[in-house]
Design a protein around this ligand. Structure first.
Ligand code: FES
Length: 145
């Protein structure tokens, strides 16, 4: 069965991104296309998964550079298999886990003192009397520990 070829418009529509975003991802080396005899850009169908993973990763605050590093483990010349994606996700596991832990910590700390110096919460006198945590550095010291 011939591999599905998609136009830049079809990819943009299916992935919910602008055509300019696809051009940008291509410039950054995150996705590839080729030109058909009519000199129009064409993509293989697996680009839909790549763009979707890029969008999801960006929403989590992962940089394009880190995404590119992770994508480097994917084969350029063939559609990635499940094993390829497992390999990619294992390389990202630690980073994603760290983000999950930071998000949980933020969620759990929002009703308590985060050591930011405001001294506005009931628990601040306990955890940060007279803003003594300022000696440890700038920002929400307790949140960043
Ligand atoms: S929350 Fe800001 S110092 Fe406690």
């Amino acid at each position: 069965m011939a591999e599905r070829e998609l136009s830049v418009g079809e990819v943009a529509k299916r992935c919910g991104v602008n055509v300019s975003t696809l051009h940008f991802y291509e410039e950054k080396g995150l996705i590839n296309s080729w030109r058909n005899p009519g000199n129009q850009r064409r993509y293989k169908a697996d680009v839909l998964r790549r763009v979707s993973v890029i969008k999801a990763a960006q929403k989590l605050g992962i940089s394009l550079q880190d995404i590119k590093l992770a994508f480097a483990s994917l084969p350029a010349s063939r559609t990635p298999t499940k094993q390829d994606w497992v390999k990619l996700s294992s390389s990202w596991q630690q980073q994603l886990e760290a983000r999950i832990q930071s998000m949980i910590k933020l969620k759990d700390s929002l009703d308590a003192c985060i050591g930011c110096g405001c001294l506005s919460m009931k628990t601040c006198p306990i955890y940060n009397p007279q803003d003594k945590l300022a000696t440890e550095g700038p920002g929400p010291v307790l949140l960043e520990r």
